[in-house]
Design a protein around this ligand. Structure first.
Ligand code: TXA
Ligand code: MG
Length: 321
């Protein structure tokens, strides 16, 4: 494998990526949320390479990306009325629906589960890649398992990028947090992972949807230690900072006095959307600089702030293990 990086905005490169997928190769491609590590979802051998390249445990199922909303029904045994309504409301977009799968979806894609996670992305490059390939694309976020999700191709260059056949470069992904995952397999619809589609947006139209509060791991993106940096990460609540060489990721302003070597501001105008878009890339940047610790200030737990706080808690050093 070579790991070539090419511009996604040349049609011939998207065509080349589609050919690679059809032949069983791996392609890193942009979606509106984060970059994905894609393989033909109907080719079990190709899908198996995703797990190897990411060092992802085989019990952690993948999302299957589709070109069109109507396609979803081809891969499930049940399409409940709420699936119809949610997909009409939010697809194409950052929503993933978990439904009972049929036999067309190979079991390696779903880690042996009877259910499959489906999503129709809205990013124009993801959509044209899906159209060109003519097959559904299984794709997790394009990071080594347990680490930060990539929102730019430079985040994959040293890791996943070296182990794939092609990287489609299309600049920073606009939303910056992964899709929101909703399971429709039980009597009550449950949010398994909060992401770029906020709880408020969902509740406005579908008040019956609740956040899953299950003890057991229903969605391995919900593993406690996840989205981790290499540098120890701590939540900053104004405590004394022991490290001489530490950085701060703040929400909207610098603290009045500070011992930090560097401070990055997620959104000077206190906009959670902007904060979400910057979150992983700012953390990547700080993680590159070998600080002794990265402190992260909590963000308001409303709208996209909930999904950001979920990532902060899972990545933070104190909460590990
Ligand atoms: O925005 C996104 O969702 C990105 C882009 C590339 O689409 N993808 C992504 O994939 O974040 P990944 O693999 O990093 O996260 C998928 C999440 C995991 O938490 C996984 O456990 C959950 O979806 N998932 C997948 N299939 C599932 C299933 N059948 N039942 C429950 N959870 C499932
Ligand atoms: Mg991931």
């Amino acid at each position: 494998m070579m790991g070539k990086v090419v511009s996604a905005y040349l049609k011939k490169n998207v065509k080349m990526a589609a050919e690679i997928l059809k032949k069983g190769g791996l392609v890193v491609f942009p979606t509106e949320t984060v970059y994905g590590l894609g393989a033909n979802a109907l080719d079990p051998q190709a899908v198996s390479k995703i797990f190897d390249v990411k060092k992802r445990p085989r019990f952690d199922p993948l999302i299957v990306h589709l070109a069109r909303v109507e396609e979803a029904k081809k891969y499930v045994t049940q399409w409940p009325p709420l699936a119809e309504k949610l997909s009409q409301a939010f697809w194409p977009g950052p929503l993933t629906l978990v439904l009972y799968k049929n036999q067309i979806i190979p079991s390696i894609v779903t880690a042996g589960l009877p259910t499959v996670a489906l999503r129709v992305p809205s990013h124009p490059i993801a959509r044209s890649l899906l159209e060109e390939a003519g097959v559904p694309i299984a794709a997790p976020s394009a990071n080594p398992f347990g680490f930060l999700s990539p929102t730019q191709t430079k985040h994959v260059a040293e890791t996943i990028g070296k182990k794939v056949d092609l990287v489609l470069e299309a600049g920073p992904t606009p939303l910056g947090l992964e899709s929101t995952v909703i399971s429709l397999i039980e009597r009550k619809p449950k949010i398994l992972r909060l992401g770029s589609l906020s709880l408020e947006e969902i509740k406005k139209l579908f008040p019956e949807v609740e956040i899953a509060e299950s003890e057991q791991i229903v969605s391995p993106g919900q593993l406690r230690k996840h989205y981790a940096t290499h540098t120890p990460l701590k939540i900053f609540r104004g405590q004394a900072v022991k490290e001489k060489n530490a950085a701060l990721l703040a929400f909207s302003e610098k603290p009045k006095t500070s011992v930090f070597k560097e401070i990055k501001i997620l959104s000077p105008k206190k906009d959670l959307k902007e904060a979400a878009a910057n979150f992983f890339s700012f953390l990547y940047e700080l993680d590159q600089k070998n600080y002794q610790a990265i402190y992260v200030e909590p963000v308001p737990e409303e709208g996209l702030g909930r999904a950001i706080m979920d990532r902060i808690k899972r990545a933070s050093y104190e909460e590990r293990e």
